[in-house]
Design a protein around this ligand. Structure first.
Ligand code: SAM
Length: 410
């Protein structure tokens, strides 16, 4: 059994317990009032639960706290643990993003704040940014008032160029690979190393286009560090407007970056800084925006951001929901969360993270979970072979997986 050292953590009016990492968390205390769950609720304190919108409510009128706590695991840093038995299919808790951003290709079709799908646009001119309701429009002021002042043409072009989900393929090498799982490893390796070739029609025929697309989404969604400058831009606008503190995601684990990766990030930083400078943002509002800040934020986003795929509708069972999400080609953007970022990975997970209509994440139990068990989600396509999984986890997330399935060599 993993030794549980407690720490203070209050989420959406709920209470978890406390002791290790106290300094880390108290350092962060003030910033949490800004955690716009997107207009909510999140305050952290070492002594009491406070919810910014619920201060006058009696304890009995508060929603029940989620049955989880954050604690230190034996070998994977912090993790999330069940505080009571949780039934298969139960929603463990929901989480609103700290920041989310639509993919550039989805900007005309989803709400610029919550990423909810809107009526399909049929005209030839792009519609640009829009909101699904007044509440989202109002909530977006925290970044949009600043964003509107700047010209984003060059920065958006840079993002488009660096986030194309293109799968690399070198058909000549294929004869070396006997079965699909080996090919998967090959594919994953190459996607990470180079991104210039188009998906090969022949290769897709053999492996199956759906499989290639699913992998493409998986790989590009969570391992490509350059994918997230749009999230950094949104966070920067929130900080400039005073809607978030510059260290809002410091509490999350950063990826280790190589000098090459840092070099690659430089252009994004330069373009973002130039857009802010030309917009005449006052110096004191932009003083936090250094190359170190940009790199540190991207390093955290790299291993903690989620690609949002909307399932839409109401799905009773998780399998039909997963199928619907793949069929609908439903990736609408990326988002970063606080609590979901503390879930560790397992190649045979007991928990699943899903999005139904917008960027609010739902954490659901995939099977019965006992009190004290660690809750883990799967970061990648669990159907890949052992070698392919290790490869992508190591290169994309920087760790060797210690889950039971990997320890058994499966
Ligand atoms: C998104 S964070 C999860 C929360 C993290 N443990 C923390 O303390 O913030 C991902 C990081 O957790 C660790 N991790 C997650 N799953 C793991 C696993 N199955 N085996 C080993 N380390 C894991 C790795 O260091 C990984 O880079």
């Amino acid at each position: 059994m993993i030794e549980v050292k407690e720490l203070s953590f209050y989420v959406q009016g709920s209470r978890m317990s406390h002791s290790v990492l106290r300094c880390c968390y108290s350092r962060c205390q003030s910033r949490y009032k800004f955690l716009y769950s997107q207009s909510t609720v999140v305050s952290f304190s070492s002594t009491a639960v406070t919810t910014t919108s619920n201060r006058n409510e009696t304890p009995s009128s508060r929603p029940a706290p989620p049955p989880i706590r954050v604690a230190i695991t034996e070998s994977a840093g912090r993790g999330v643990f069940a505080t009571r038995r949780i039934g298969a299919g139960d929603t463990i808790h929901t989480a609103k993003p700290i920041a989310s951003h639509p993919s550039l290709s989805a900007i005309d079709t989803v709400c610029y704040f919550c990423l909810k799908r809107m009526k399909t646009f049929t005209g030839s001119e792009p519609q640009g940014v829009s909101f699904c309701c007044e509440k989202c429009e109002k909530s977006s002021k925290v970044f949009y008032d600043v964003e509107k002042k700047a010209d984003w043409l060059a920065f958006d072009d840079y993002c488009r160029l660096n986030t194309q989900p293109i799968i690399t393929l070198q058909p000549l090498k294929l004869s070396k690979y006997q079965d699909i799982s080996d090919w998967t490893g090959f594919l994953v390796t190459n996607v990470i190393e180079e991104k210039n070739l188009e998906t090969s029609a022949d290769w897709c025929k053999v492996v199956g286009l759906d499989r290639v697309r699913a992998l493409e989404k998986e790989v590009m969604g969570r391992t490509e560090g350059m994918k997230y400058p749009l999230l950094v831009k949104r966070l920067a606008c929130m900080v400039i407007s005073g809607g978030a503190q510059a260290d809002i995601i410091d509490i999350l684990q950063p990826a280790s970056l190589t000098p090459e990766m840092i070099l690659k990030m430089e252009e994004g930083f330069r373009l973002l800084r130039s857009a802010f400078s030309k917009a005449n943002i006052r110096d004191e509002h932009i003083s936090f925006f250094t190359k170190d800040w940009y790199t540190a934020v991207l390093a955290r986003i790299r291993i903690n951001a989620f690609r949002i795929e909307l399932a839409g509708g109401v799905y009773e069972d998780l399998l039909s929901l997963a199928a619907a999400s793949v069929e609908a080609e439903s990736a609408v953007g990326n988002a970063i969360y606080m609590l979901p970022s503390l879930y560790n990975h397992d190649c045979d997970p007991n928990t699943h993270i899903i999005w139904i209509e917008d960027a609010e994440a739902k954490l659901k139990a995939l099977r019965d979970i006992e009190e004290g068990e660690e809750l883990r989600i799967c970061y990648i396509d669990a159907s890949m072979s052992y070698d392919a999984r290790q490869n992508i986890l190591s290169r994309g997330f920087g760790f060797k997986c210690n889950c039971q399935r990997c320890l058994s060599g499966d």
